[in-house]
Design a protein around this ligand. Structure first.
Ligand SMILES: NC(=O)c1ccc[n+]([C@@H]2O[C@H](COP(=O)([O-])OP(=O)(O)OC[C@H]3O[C@@H](n4cnc5c(N)ncnc54)[C@H](O)[C@@H]3O)[C@@H](O)[C@H]2O)c1
Length: 437
């Protein structure tokens, strides 16, 4: 497993757990040292136990030495990051620098019959380029398959072990059969393994993320409409969801999507579209709606306080881009925090798992509170960004006692407005009228 991040570590661990011998490689020495001591560098429910169990059984190893991992491998998975390019001339494109440096690193050590499996999210045509590059580097034909990953951070183990489907892009029967055998233990409940060309497999990942992001931006735009037109997005959501053509999944309004995948994948697909002469009207709008939505709490806060935020104290619940992860990449909470700090406000934060990652970025600019109640001490308002389950049923009376003024800006619609008004709070949420306590 080349690349031991969210995807590589989960994939490697789950494959070891089904009886395979797996070696996870990474160029990040500190990460590997921690893993060798059973210390998991990311928060992902259930992962720690699984890593420790499989490492003790000798099926899961960690190294920084690519040669050591690749030489005996029948399958070499590429799970390195494919972030958004920071080259302004290549706006939105996926940056494949880690892919190419990994390919160059492992090519000399690849066994003659090894199959390279590209798990990273990469633009269509990358598999073919990896195939060509390996031919240049090794002087022979290497089998290269694509196997995009659909796991969700926060539920990654379950998603990997019980996938809705496995997609593979293959050009040989051998690669197809080998991957079929590898995934058989995870597909016992008749979930399909879908074999297609590498290009279709590569595209499938982008199209899936583009559609999921579209649903989020769609419901957010409708929520903003509901607010202005006097509707309640929760009622509207129920009203449409019972239509089987629409359904309920992934139609929750909020403060926008974040994370390491949706934003960059939507932009990468739009970039690819432009590259082939298609104007990606919808994809650009999905991205734009999301960028605006990340400011939705900021606007509500400014309006409430008449634009005077300097010296005010804000408490923030939830920093990760979604619950059950410590990942804060492109998290909407950070957009809000930046704005509050720029406006001269003081910001105290609490998150069950993501505090260290935020502290690494913001240092002493923020106050870090150990509990959701501690963060409220003297606060002029609370802003909620992430729907961690521990925020769903708080002690409102105690919250009110600790806050300077009982105002909540809820970016995830966690509470019933009437109920919260009865507790004496002024409450702003998404796609619903504010209530004044
Ligand atoms: N995170 C997710 O939820 C998710 C889900 C599906 C797909 N993906 C895709 O999977 C890929 C990996 O994502 P991630 O979130 O795991 O990234 P990540 O940043 O968490 O991990 C990538 C790892 O690769 C390592 N690396 C870089 N170059 C290397 C090299 N030459 N040799 C060995 N290791 C190297 C890095 O040090 C890092 O630890 C991306 O393409 C992403 O789009 C991610």
């Amino acid at each position: 497993m080349i690349g031991t991040g969210y995807v590589g570590l989960v994939t490697g661990t789950c494959l070891a757990d089904s009886g395979n011998d797996v070696t996870c490689v990474d160029i990040d020495q500190e990460k590997i040292e921690r893993l060798e001591h059973g210390d998991i560098p990311i928060y992902e429910p259930g992962l720690s136990e699984l890593v420790v169990r499989n490492a003790s059984a000798g099926r899961l190893k960690f190294t920084t030495k690519t040669a050591e991992a690749v030489r005996p491998a029948k399958l070499a998975f590429l799970a390195v990051g494919t972030p958004m390019s920071d080259d302004p001339a290549d706006k939105g494109a996926a940056d494949l620098k880690y892919v190419w440096s990994a390919v160059e690193g492992f090519a000399p050590h690849l066994a003659a019959d090894a199959i390279v499996v590209v798990k990273s999210t990469v633009p269509p045509g990358t598999n073919a380029k990896v195939f060509a590059r390996l031919k240049e580097l090794t002087g022979r034909t290497c089998d290269v398959a694509s196997n995009p990953e659909f796991l969700k951070e926060g539920a990654a183990i379950n998603d990997f072990q019980y996938p809705d489907r496995v997609v593979i892009g293959v050009r040989t029967t051998e690669a197809q059969e080998t991957l079929q055998e590898l995934y058989r233990p995870f597909l016992r409940t008749d979930k399909p393994l879908l074999a297609m060309t590498p290009e279709s497999a590569e595209l499938t990942k982008y199209v899936a993320n583009a559609l999921l992001s579209t649903k989020i931006s769609f419901i957010n735009e409708m929520a903003n409409l509901c607010e202005r037109l006097g509707g309640d997005i929760n009622d509207v959501r129920r009203g449409i969801g019972h239509d089987r053509r629409i359904g309920f999944a992934f139609l929750f309004p909020g403060v926008g999507y974040g994370g390491s995948c949706f934003p960059k994948d939507v932009r990468a697909l739009a970039h690819l579209a432009r590259h082939v002469g298609i104007d990606p009207l919808l994809l650009d709008s999905v991205d734009e709606v999301n960028n605006r939505q990340k400011h939705v709490l900021t606007h509500k806060i400014r309006d409430h306080f008449g634009g005077h935020l300097a010296g005010k104290r804000f408490a923030v619940w939830g920093l990760s881009f979604k619950p059950k992860t410590d990942d804060v990449r492109e998290a909407p909470a950070l957009t809000l925090i930046d704005h509050l700090l720029e406006s001269g406000a003081k910001v105290a934060v609490h998150d069950p798992e993501a505090m260290d990652n935020v502290k690494a970025e913001y240092g002493e600019k923020l106050v870090y509170a150990k509990t959701p109640l501690d963060v409220l001490e003297g606060a002029d308002a609370l802003a909620i960004n992430t729907e961690w389950s521990e925020f769903r049923n708080p002690d409102f009376a105690e919250m009110k006692r600790r806050m300077r003024s009982p105002v909540i800006f809820d970016g995830r619609n966690l509470y019933d407005p009437t109920h919260i008004r009865d507790h004496g709070f002024t409450y702003y949420s998404i796609g619903r009228s504010p209530v004044v306590g």
